[in-house]
Design a protein around this ligand. Sequence first.
Ligand SMILES: [Zn+2]
Length: 309
Amino acid sequence: MKQSSYAIGIDVGGTSLKCGLINQDGGISYSFLFPLLNVTTEGEVIALINAAIRKCAEQAQGQVIGVGIGFPGIIENNTVIGGADNLPGFENLELGKIIAASTSLNVVIDNDANMMGWGEFSYGAAKHCTDVVFMTIGTGIGGSLVINGALYGGYRNHGTELGHIIIQQGGLACSCGASGCFEAYASVTALINDYAIVKGINPDGINGRTVVSAYHAGEREAVAAMSRHFDHLATGVASLVNVFSPQKVVLGGGITESGAFYVQEVRTRVQGLAMPAASKYTTITGALLGNQAGLLGCGGRVFSMFSTK
Ligand SMILES: [Zn+2]
């Protein structure tokens, strides 16, 4: 009988560390969260990662073949370069080496959006595809690319900042320091700000769900704000379709799960904007794995890199 093998996934976010034991079919046999809110040092985060790995390994009913870690910011060759604003330290830190030394396991670390995209590619909405554009619409816009069956991160994995393609010269200020970025127009933060301005209300008291419910209720300001949101989103997506001609564009993030209308509104607009030849084989679809995409991507990376068969 074939012995089952497992991967350990660690998805490091701004507020929590999500951990899980993943089997080869993409099933999560055990998972839990460690909150990061009271963690103040890099060393504490590393200690929590090690503790999480041990906890998962104890639950495995077979061989653990490696650990996949999704981390915010730029990751070059298992080294965290930096850019994770809400985590202490982590500047040019060889996290992969540290974790491999403390656990004696194979380790792969990549940017969290890359892990999410790989999760959808391995087990979700882009299964059986070779060319995929993935993006997650939230506070910002994260993204990843699968080209010819492999993750593409640009030279030394410093690129694929899909949220920061510039869609308006001299436009709205972006969190990255530039202006006119896709993210500054099409993120949920942008939608909330746009809606709050039109309504003359404080954006702090509302979230994406507030705008979507008002939209469903037919409120004029919400319908207009959502319509602009879809227009901006489609502008960025159409540009990416023209460049990469993917089989699938997978849209993830909580707001994309608010109903089938969401992806449909983007799909219709992209059809009108993208070049017919470039978009001929492209399907725009919602993500399927929700907030488990990152964890599953971590597991999927481990299996694709370290499986012996
Ligand atoms: Zn930007």
